[in-house]
Design a protein around this ligand. Sequence first.
Ligand SMILES: [Zn+2]
Length: 248
Amino acid sequence: MLLSAYFFIMALVLGSFFNVVAIRLLKKQSVAFPPSNCPNCNHKLSALDLVPVLSYLFLKGKCRYCRVKISPLYPFGELLTASSLFVVYKFVGFELELIPAVIITIVLVLAVLTDIREQLILDIITLPALGILLIARLFIGTEPFWFYLLGGIVGFVLLLLIAIVSRGGMGGGDIKLYAAIGVALGPWLTLMSLVLASFVGAVVGSILMVTGLVKRKQPIAFGPFILIGTIGAYLFGYEIWDWYIGLW
Ligand SMILES: [Zn+2]
């Protein structure tokens, strides 16, 4: 219990760092310098302004110094990071497999944070992670290395085909992201990740359109659905498959 709480709080802090990483990499700025300041009044933020989620709540979503509204994407990014990592940690457990699991989860969270801001999934995050995952899969996994390598190829080729058919509906960032997902999950669960992501995306997209929250033809970032589909497939893929087969 105490360990879980500690893990969750650490993940919240990590999420707060990932917000900064996403924003600064999108602006092609250094991640390490300068220290955080308000984007409106440039006032340097103190430790009290940077407590994940709580600072946002206590400051009622406004900068302490100039009262300008703070984007709700900050607490969203913190909670997304913490809940994603927490779920993965709870279901994978303290095993070697947690290494590739955490790497792909971090890549997915960062992809969501850049995708919802600028409709971009950045190579500078995805490609190094792809390399690290390939190395990790040489040593970690229940299947031989070629299985995960095949997963990467399946993810890459599949998304490339979708990109060609949909003529720009998928970007290059999604294609490389799916290569990384493939190396982490192997071919079967990668396919399921895509099916789940498309299904959840279609359901949520219809709801958003019916309720008028987004306009028809307005692009919706696909990153959040890739995250849900991939973590869902990774943790519960074989159970979902058994359940689906049992329906027939
Ligand atoms: Zn300010």
